[in-house]
Design a protein around this ligand. Sequence first.
Ligand SMILES: *Cc1c(COP(=O)(O)O)cnc(C)c1O
Length: 376
Amino acid sequence: MPPPWSQRLRAQAEGRRARGRERAIRPPAGADFCSNDYLGLRTDPRLAQAAAEAARNFGTGTGAARLLRGTTPLHEELEGALARWKGTGDCLLFGTGFQANATLLPALLGPGDAVFSDALNHASLVDGCRLARAGGAHLGIYRHRDLADLEGQLTAWGRSCENGLALVATDAVFSMDGDAADLPALVDLCERHGALLLVDEAHATGLLGADGAGLSQLQGVTGRVPLVMGTLGKALGAFGAFVGCDRLLRDHLVNTARGFIFSTALPPPAVGAALEGVRLAQAEPWRREKALALAARLRRGLGQDDAPSAIVPLLVGPDAEAVRLAEALHAEGFDVRAVRPPTVPEGSARLRITVGAHLEEGSVDALLAALARVRR
Ligand SMILES: *Cc1c(COP(=O)(O)O)cnc(C)c1O
């Protein structure tokens, strides 16, 4: 007798296959037009050296959560470097960005509070919102980048809940569209309403702003966003995540964020590599300039408006067509991946093309030529 769950799982797998929604893990093959290694630091020998040195000095693992024995001098050094870079006053490391987002919101919000979330926010923020709602907070989803909708919801909620805390959560650069939030307007709105603002700089950290500090820096609101989340595993070439905030918020998270308290501290090699990544992101601005110039070249070639990001979506529509295009490009030596629902809204399957400093103008032009061939 097969175990009772096997029939159900097989039926679900069959359903996914029938709808062209099956996901499978595929190792890298061809020129990298799909990772988030925007600065090309992932394979930099200086990061490898820093990781090896950290392993020799502090071990390959921490063996414990930060509140036990999991803190090394490197963890504190990295938090200091990130706080200075981001201009947030203080900073707290997390195991991953997913963990940070999923754990921040329920740590800050409870009954009588509210969280307002952009409709296209990352899945980890969505899960954080759901956990906050399960803890008794009101959840409002506002239309993508629609601050009039957000303000309407904030005002309506504020009238009914005078003593509650409101939090607004947004991606800085949206991960599947490559468009950016209007942070100055969001900061103003949140300040007027006394709401906490959480900005997820996963796709902006290292890439945007004079120093690479992110969209907050590019848009001139450094120091005015109370909660700045960022990842160490994308442009910075390492692994892990952080939340930049002031001391009061940091102390609160240290005491209440379950994904921080009940999780092993980042391994020293990741922390050492991230420190070197943070240093190089600032010291070698050519990396972000090159990545953004390549993205602009690709957008121009596709007839798209420019945007402050290295993510260039090519909207296709039907799932099967997006998959066909990705496979045709794959056969020509380009690693481009199709993104289908539920990662993106129904009917908006796309190629999510990304560029990084490890690529050249010639490879972008070659991709454009291949795209022209494979698109009917
Ligand atoms: C990748 C990503 C995360 C999650 O970060 P990890 O460190 O990879 O877990 C969070 N938010 C956004 C917008 C992301 O793109």
